[in-house]
Design a protein around this ligand. Structure first.
Ligand code: PHE
Length: 497
């Protein structure tokens, strides 16, 4: 039997997808529901309920977001070498469900422990559910790109519903009910996967099942040792939350190591592969900056939405957290259709921008979005409250930016990396967003509003407006520089566009 042939039966229609894609779609949709539902509440919960001061709230949020996207490097490694994608997704999902349910407990100790479970769980879950999608298609299958677009849609439908429902329940009813709701949907995702995973047949199985069952010591198998060792990481993460200053060293240390690793590999390669890796490295570094600005969404913009955006529509006051966390993924879902039409249409006219130009455009568009927030703040300085319309419009531009970088980055990594380190490079791509989210919390902390000012929008608005302006300008500037240098980066990419 030719093992390179996909084992999943071809769908009858030429554009159809195997039904396993939809099983993975719904698993990931419910998982992202819970992930983003919980994230919607995180910062506001720390400030309003736990009474953390704002800089501390941002520091904990940054540490959480950084660790949650650092772990996929390790979870990916564990699954490639030992567990296979299916076991990794199941185990990660179970840890995440436990984490959400722990957060639902109204106890002091539960907060850091709940987050630590989610961090470890996401490390196993996130990279592996995506690579399972890849296993459904042969590398050259033309349906592969569209499969990932459909999957990205599932991510964002889940994120939009989670932000909306958990944001509403958490802010308006009870924070812990919001976290609990997230837990229920994570369990739903797990059930979908537990029932559906058999249909994956031989996909995502452990590379060496006999070895995994082999006892390592005292009759305990390697598999159980991996699970148990992961549980030992949980108290370490809790300790890190208590000493979050250390996170600076961890993130910048790992960041420097990742860059050195890519350079080290690059210098062992022939010139063409080396320059491809240089191109990937430059774009990975820029993606870090993109997320550093973009992720104000999960941080400062939550508090901005609560304090400085007019949430009244037809006499009803909308819940600010729900709105702020619903808008970006909802725009992704809507704009996916537009971009799915735009790129091929431009391509047919030979006008589709190449990857470095798209990266540059993503910054320009995001910069415009932040500039909309800033201009609106400037125009409404006397009331301190900006209209909901300008908030929605700002996010429109920011998400157009996301559409030019996030889905494109994934395929860029697979095309520019030498085959034997693709999985590692994917881990580094996620890690770049971890560094970005960590930086985002540092930028967010610059928008900390002092205690006496929080309830006075006229006084709180300038704290946001000034930094939003800076983000807008930096983003536009970086975008223009990237577009100017796109020819150079493009020339390093060889045949890859
Ligand atoms: N929002 C998308 C997701 O949750 C893409 C993304 C992944 C963005 C990781 C930042 C970091 O999958």
């Amino acid at each position: 039997m030719d093992l390179t042939e996909p084992q999943i039966p071809e769908a009858p229609a030429s554009t159809g997808h195997p039904r396993q894609l939809y099983m993975l779609f719904f698993t990931e949709m419910w998982e992202r529901f819970s992930f983003y539902g919980m994230k919607a509440l995180l910062l506001a919960y720390m400030i309003s309920e736990l009474k953390f001061d704002e800089p501390k709230g941002y520091a904990i949020l940054g540490s959480y977001a950084a660790l949650v996207y650092t772990m996929p490097m390790f979870g990916g490694m564990m699954s490639d070498r030992f567990l296979g994608g299916r076991k990794a997704v199941m185990y990660g999902g179970i840890l995440m469900a436990i984490g959400h349910l722990v957060l639902a407990l109204p106890q002091d100790w539960s907060f850091f422990y709940g987050m630590a479970f989610i961090i470890c769980g996401n490390g196993f879950f996130k990279p592996n559910i995506s690579s399972l999608v890849g296993t459904l298609y042969a590398d050259n299958d033309p349906r592969k790109d569209s499969a990932f677009s459909i999957f990205y849609m599932g991510i964002n439908i889940g994120a939009a519903m989670g932000g909306l429902l958990c944001g509403y329940v958490g802010q308006q009813i009870d924070w812990h009910y919001g976290f609990g709701l997230a837990g229920i949907f994570m369990i739903l995702g797990l059930v979908v996967f537990a029932i559906g995973k058999k249909s994956l047949k031989d996909k995502g199985l452990p590379p060496n099942p006999a070895d995994l069952k082999k006892p390592v010591f005292a009759g305990i198998s390697k598999e159980v040792v991996i699970y148990a060792a992961t549980l030992l990481v949980i108290p370490v993460i809790v300790a890190l939350f208590n000493r979050y200053e250390i996170m600076d060293f961890i993130m910048f240390g790992l960041g420097a190591l990742s860059v050195l690793y890519i350079l080290f590999i690059a210098f062992q390669m022939d010139a063409s592969a080396r320059y491809k890796l240089f191109a990937a490295l430059v774009m990975i570094v820029f993606s870090t900056l993109f997320w550093a600005f973009y992720e104000q969404n999960a941080g400062s913009l939550n508090l901005f939405a609560m304090r400085n955006v007019d949430m009244h529509v037809g006499g009803v006051e909308l819940p600010a957290l729900a709105v702020n966390n619903f808008l970006p993924p909802a725009w992704v879902v809507i704009l996916s259709f537009f971009f799915a039409w735009l790129w091929p249409a431009l391509n047919r006219k030979n006008m589709e921008p190449n990857t470095p130009v798209k990266f540059g455009l993503s910054f320009v568009l995001m910069g415009l979005g932040f500039y909309v927030f800033y201009l609106s703040s400037k125009m409404h300085a006397e009331t301190g409250i900006i209209p909901l319309f300008s908030f929605i419009a700002g996010y429109f531009f920011i998400i157009c930016g996301e559409m030019c970088i996030s889905p494109i980055g994934l395929s860029m990594i697979t095309k520019l990396s030498p085959a034997r380190i693709v999985a590692m490079m994917m881990g580094i791509w996620f890690f770049a967003s971890a560094v970005g989210e960590f930086l985002a919390s540092k930028i967010g902390a610059m928008m900390s509003v002092p205690e006496g000012v929080v309830d006075n929008p006229v006084l709180s608005l300038p704290y946001y407006a000034q930094v939003l302006n800076q983000i807008g300008l930096w983003s536009l500037g970086i975008g223009v520089v990237l577009i100017l240098f796109s020819r150079v980066i493009r020339s390093w990419m060889g045949q890859v566009r």
